[in-house]
Design a protein around this ligand. Structure first.
Ligand code: APR
Length: 310
């Protein structure tokens, strides 16, 4: 039986997610968007790349959810992207309505799917998808940490002029400027970062990672990042579809882990066919725990806005 992935939102992130699923031949893809013709046109265009690129999956586009029926994974990228000067939080209520509708429709047609949320502000949108879908917590997961660690790894590798493949980084917390890159646990082929770089340099890399999304927005002016976000999303989708059980930093619903209750926050998880199969609790220092709590508090504020308007 062929696997099926629905990507809601056929914009920059969504279309690149579809492309990456196809290029890895992970599944057939259905692109859904509210704009008439766009998902159909991009779907057909992607399909016609198959003979040249050598992939053999079906890619279709639609404005309704009927063709999405029985998807294994539904990726939600629909929403409004961040504009320059706009924080992720400004997007909150606009994207809440979008993610609510997308979730309702997606789970109606794919009651057994795993939901992978990408729309920002990410942690609050995960909470939205979780509340609306009424899925068990393992079946709603957010993409943030894979992207944030990819950015951190890139900056470390460039600073040291080493292969990104040798750089392992850990980032916890919400997907915003309060995220917590854990320098202590990041390394280059097992060599602690603290032995390779001085504190001032490390601090600068941490700050650049925390502002990684905004840096791209500043360049692009009319939108936000999509190549790395789609790559990060599809690493997660692949781990789910192939039951790879990769340990990845993802946005997960915490019920007491790290002292956080009833909130989606970025933590290391095992990602497999059941979605989030395990949450890993790292022993944190007092300072790290305080930073994580601060990040969780920022997420909590957004969730409070949503729940008060629900
Ligand atoms: N249902 C389906 N699609 C929708 C809906 C909806 N209710 N509302 C908007 N869309 C579509 C838009 O028509 C658009 O095609 O979502 C798409 C968003 O695409 P872009 O504007 O290109 O934004 P993108 O860069 O893909 O980012 C999408 O991902 O990384 C996050 O912050 C980013 O929240 C943003 C999301």
């Amino acid at each position: 039986m062929r696997k099926k992935v629905t990507v809601v939102g056929a914009g920059n992130v969504g279309a690149n997610c579809a492309l990456r699923v196809a290029e890895k031949e992970l599944a057939d893809v259905v692109l859904v968007d509210v704009v008439e013709g766009v998902p159909q046109g991009k779907g057909l265009d992607l399909l016609q790349s198959g003979p040249v690129q050598g992939y053999d999956v079906l890619i279709t586009g639609a404005n309704d959810y009927e063709p999405t029926a029985n998807s294994d994974v539904v990726v939600i990228t629909a929403g409004f992207p961040r504009k320059p000067g706009m924080s992720r939080d400004d997007l909150l209520m606009a994207n809440y309505e979008v993610v609510k509708t997308a979730t309702e429709q997606a789970v109606k047609y794919s009651p057994n799917c795993i939901l992978v949320v990408v729309t920002n502000p990410l942690d609050a949108m995960c909470q939205t998808a979780y509340l609306v879908s009424k899925f068990s917590k393992n079946r709603v997961v957010g993409m943030a940490g894979v992207l944030d660690t990819a950015r951190f790894r890139t900056f470390i590798a460039r600073e040291l002029n080493v292969s990104v493949e040798n750089v392992t980084a850990v980032v916890l917390g919400g997907h915003g400027d309060t995220m917590v890159p854990l320098v202590r646990l990041s390394n280059v082929s097992g060599i602690p970062l603290t032995e390779l770089l001085d504190k001032a340099t490390l601090d600068a890399l941490v700050t650049r990672t925390q502002n990684g999304g905004a840096e791209i927005v500043k360049h692009l002016k009319t939108g936000s990042a999509y190549y790395a976000p789609s790559a990060a999303t599809i690493e997660m989708v692949e781990s789910i579809l192939k039951d790879k059980k990769k340990v990845l930093p993802c946005c997960a619903y915490l019920e007491g882990e790290y002292g956080i209750h009833g909130l989606f926050v970025g933590v290391p998880v095992k990602l497999g066919a059941m979605g989030i199969e395990q949450i890993y609790q790292i022993k944190l220092s007092g300072e790290e725990q305080a930073l994580l709590q601060k990040s969780a508090d920022a997420v909590k504020e957004l969730v409070a806005v949503i729940t008060s308007k629900r």
